[in-house]
Design a protein around this ligand. Sequence first.
Ligand code: UDP
Length: 339
Amino acid sequence: MTSSVLVTGGAGYIGSHMVKLLLRQGHRVTVFDNLSTGQRDAVQGADFVKGDLRQATDAARAFSGCQFDVVMHFAASCYVGESVQDPAKYYTNNVIGTLNLLEAMRAVQVKRLVFSSTCSTYGDPVSLPMSEDHPQHPVNPYGMTKLTAERAMADYGRAYGLDTVALRYFNAAGCDPEGALGERHDPETHLIPLVLREALRLRAGGKPEDTQLQVFGDDFDTPDGTCIRDYVHIADLCAAHLLAMECLIGGRVSGFNAFNLGTEKGYSVKEVIETCRRITGQDIRYRVSGRRAGDPARLVASAARARAELGWSPEFNDLAEIVETAWRWFSREPARAIG
Ligand code: UDP
């Protein structure tokens, strides 16, 4: 069945991959994006509305042309470090923006939402792997703003009949396996793209000893002293959104629902660098610097609920496969990858 889907933030890293999948599945897609971090050329084949969710009138305008079956909400600011420096940006984008979206949906009776949430809503782990019932005590404004948005969705669910699936991603990684779309953040702060940028620098003739790559702390309580994260492929994240949408449309879930998305495997920062070194064939080096504020030693998901209730089964279960898809895009599109 064809659905009409509004994708906020559809020009961004995850949103653009989602749009490609929705179109391929035959759905009608409208992208709503302010292009503050997204790229217009990443949206091919969907309707496009330029607008900013921080403006209630823009949010309402997104719904003027179509009665959408579902909204997928990716538009947000997503850097932990920046959220500590500039919380106002995060509260306005992620909280006010989401509230404006919810109000615009309520005005036109659109009642299904898939929300891009995060494991940062949990804060420091008290148990591992982390399930959806893990306490939510965010340790940075990014996580707090996403949690606030989740709470609003749950309240709107009870009061106004909004049905929501919040997908709590662990570390989104990798690029379109077909190589058409990639990961373009400016500034880039994420580990895998930074390591691959270093590989590109070396491939272009840079000297290994001039590396700018930093490992943020090697004195954590982990086997090699560096932080462990659960890297989950973007194609698997998108597949989960599609399943969530189908569950909402089929009435198999209602009210507020949360699912973790991760592979349930952890890799250390040093293991990530070693994997990138092997796949790129470059002599990637790094310097160890101090810990980054708010970095827990380990974050690993339990995704049992997504498997059982959404029928989700990630295809990319190995870090090397994830890095390969990213390197395919970085090595083909070095100018775009570096920005
Ligand atoms: N990291 C690092 N050097 C970098 C960027 C990240 O050592 O230049 C570490 C970071 O401290 C964390 C892991 O790599 O332990 C993953 O960080 P990323 O920013 O990719 O994702 P996050 O876990 O913050 O969502």
